[in-house]
Design a protein around this ligand. Structure first.
Ligand code: F3S
Length: 392
């Protein structure tokens, strides 16, 4: 692989963390046949939750920070395993909290912004079209590539961290024009009204196209919340990192001769059915991906003046939580008996240790992950239906 003088210097750097980071990226580039590196504008660090990385992860991060690892581009952290302030309200154990804090401290020492969210594009880190970035969380990767038109592969924790330190990533995969073309046309012949309808479409499509790049036709409208739901579900049931929606996202460069598949009303209903194992949730969760302020407003309006019979948790970023507090939405949700948490999410917090076994979600991604990662029986449904299920 061709390396600039600056990149060669990084391979020989006195700083062991820089040396290791560049070595890892060169190796990755060699594996994927990259001809050169590309400079990146930002990175997203994953592997933040203690549940995901455990003690070996803590040891690695501490050692890396001790060796002088410092990010050289804006780098935002993915969700942690708990709300960093309100973790006791989540029934998190002291031991877990202590370990989680060690991870956060090590990341802070490296200069990573402890945003602890999978939706950095909603409040701070908004890439530009064609900008090269190295992001790691699959729903954010999908949103950045597809809706914004930035360029990132689906990085793993170590490669995203190495990219954040060097400011480089190997130029292969979705950094190249030739790989940013659709593989399937998905004809949508179903009504898509809610966030969960888009989750159902995403879950169905991800299974069909696996790591392909679907081009959706027949979708009349879709805002940010629906697109983030669609992309998240496709990245969970399949490994889709780039998709196109006719007239809504960036246009595909070529659509001739592609395999065509059709999503019908019947497929939609079947997706809801197959993702639901229990219709009696003892906890309803919203915010996978993390809720926008609009989603929280809708939840608060639905809960205003009501009382919940079961638990209801809303997950979001710290920034959006602050707006929710200011607008009085958090207060409304809490008065009804619900909670608003930030910094973490329904999948990466240790929910399986919290005496819940049946969870309701409006997220196609969560509905795919909760049974395996969190040992939960899922009810996959629309926001309103889920709230109705757990009201007194
Ligand atoms: Fe985000 Fe966690 Fe869902 S990282 S996309 S809220 S599984």
């Amino acid at each position: 692989m061709y390396l600039t003088d600056e990149e060669k210097d990084m391979l020989e750097s006195d700083n062991p963390a820089v040396r290791k980071a560049m070595k890892l990226l060169v190796k990755l580039g060699d594996i994927y046949g990259a001809e050169e590196m590309v400079e990146i504008a930002s990175a997203q660090a994953s592997g933040v939750s203690y549940k995901s990385i455990g003690d070996p992860g803590i040891m690695f991060l501490k050692e890396f920070a001790d060796e002088g690892a410092q990010v050289s581009v804006p780098t935002f952290a993915n969700p942690a395993g708990m709300d960093l302030n309100k973790w006791k309200d989540m029934h998190i154990s002291e031991d877990f909290a202590e370990k989680q804090k060690q991870i956060i401290e090590a990341m802070k020492r490296m200069g990573i912004t402890i945003s602890s969210s999978c939706t950095p594009y909603l409040w701070s880190n908004l890439p530009t079209r064609n900008e090269h970035i190295a992001w790691a969380e699959s729903s954010a990767v999908s949103f950045a590539n597809s809706v914004i038109g930035a360029r990132t592969n689906r990085e793993g924790g170590p490669s995203a961290l190495a990219a954040s330190i060097t400011g480089r990533t190997p130029k292969y995969g979705l950094h190249l024009d030739k790989n940013r073309v659709p593989t399937h046309v998905v004809e949508v012949d179903a009504d898509l009204n809610s966030i969960s309808d888009f989750g159902a479409l995403g879950s169905w499509t991800g299974r069909k196209v696996e790591d392909g790049k679907p081009y959706f036709v027949g979708v009349d409208s879709a805002g940010t919340d629906k697109l983030k739901s669609l992309g998240a579900a496709m990245a969970a049931s399949g490994a889709v990192a780039l998709y196109f929606v006719e007239g809504i996202t960036v246009d595909p460069m070529e659509v001739q001769g592609l395999e065509r598949i059709k999503f019908t009303e019947r497929d939609k209903k079947e997706e809801y059915r197959s993702l639901t194992e229990s219709e009696d949730p003892d906890l309803v969760v919203f915010g996978c991906p993390h809720c926008s302020i609009n989603e929280i407003e809708n939840i608060a309006k639905k809960l205003e003046g009501k009382t919940l019979d079961k638990d209801l948790w809303v997950f979001t970023s710290k920034a959006v939580e602050a707006w929710s507090d200011r607008m009085g939405y958090t207060d409304i949700i809490e008065k009804a008996g619900g909670k608003v948490f930030s910094d973490t999410c329904n999948v990466v917090c240790p929910i399986e240790k919290m005496n819940y076994g049946k969870m309701g979600t409006n997220s196609g991604k969560a509905a795919n992950y909760l049974p395996g990662f969190c040992k939960q029986k899922v009810m996959f449904a629309d926001t309103d239906d889920l709230i109705d299920k757990v009201l007194k």
